[in-house]
Design a protein around this ligand. Structure first.
Ligand code: PGA
Length: 251
């Protein structure tokens, strides 16, 4: 973990959560308020239907984010949500290019790039997801695949520190499988070098999150790795106690 980048722990609720689950946000905020000093920026990305009420439960120690946005500001796109709408509902971040959307909705790198640009234009921070699948890992191409996703998905004309990158190996998501510490280390270093090459000194300040089966039993070790600046957490973010357990392991 870097001294200069404030860690981010992001909860991705995916398609989970009815109104009653907002009580988890209240409970998490209460736990965080007992800490002498906040260890990280804490972000919850609930389904879009809960963004506005989640903001009112979040207090000043949790920020709320969306899970996807459209690349356009408005228009004839039935069922879609623009970055500006997320901002209007109170979101400060938005996840873009999650592997579930790359798979389920055939999202491409260039679409992810367009969504990232739309988020920045709406003044919210895109959390740009990349990661190899099992076959790509087994064939030894993981780093090449991820770096090509980075190059294709990150806008070229960034002015400052407007993005977060999340490395999520697809085969580790929701499976309980986690790469070895040395594989995470190797990948995050490669991503850092690619970001510096692309963004100059801003690339050194861009948070790089690890995601995929992170829980309190493995987070301490993962969050200690040099270029891991936080986590993107699915299953273990749904219960305040599990999620707080991860935050508590930050040194
Ligand atoms: P998981 O999901 O923590 O349940 O593996 C992570 C993610 O998909 O963001």
């Amino acid at each position: 973990m870097s001294e200069t980048i404030t860690p981010l722990i992001v909860g991705n609720w995916k398609m989970n959560g009815l109104g009653e689950q907002l009580s988890e946000i209240t409970a998490l905020s209460k736990e965080l308020s007992k800490l002498e000093k906040q260890k990280c920026k804490t972000i919850i990305c609930p389904p879009a239907t809960l963004i506005r009420p989640a903001c009112s439960k979040a207090g000043d120690n949790i920020m709320i984010g969306g899970q996807n946005c459209h690349a356009e500001i408005s228009g004839a796109h039935t069922g879609d949500i623009s970055a500006q709408m997320l901002k209007d509902a109170g979101a400060k971040y938005v996840i873009v290019g999650h592997s579930e959307r790359r798979t389920d909705c055939f999202e491409t790198d260039s679409q992810v790039k367009a969504k990232s640009k739309a988020a920045i234009a709406a003044n919210i921070i895109p959390i740009i997801c990349v990661g190899e699948n099992e076959e790509q890992r087994k064939s030894g191409n993981a780093i090449d695949i991820v770096l090509s996703q980075i190059n294709g998905s990150i806008p070229d004309d960034l002015k400052g520190n407007e993005i977060v990158v999340a490395y999520e190996p697809v085969w580790a998501i929701g499976t309980g499988l986690v790469p070895s510490i040395s594989d995470i280390d190797e990948m995050h270093l490669a991503i850092r070098q690619a970001l510096v090459k692309k963004l100059g000194e801003n690339g050194d300040k861009t948070p790089i999150l690890y995601g995929g089966s992170m829980k309190s039993s493995n987070s301490a070790q993962i969050l200690e790795i040099a270029h891991v600046n936080g986590g993107l957490v699915g299953g273990a973010s749904l219960k305040a106690s599990d999620f707080f357990g991860i935050i508590a392991t930050i040194k």
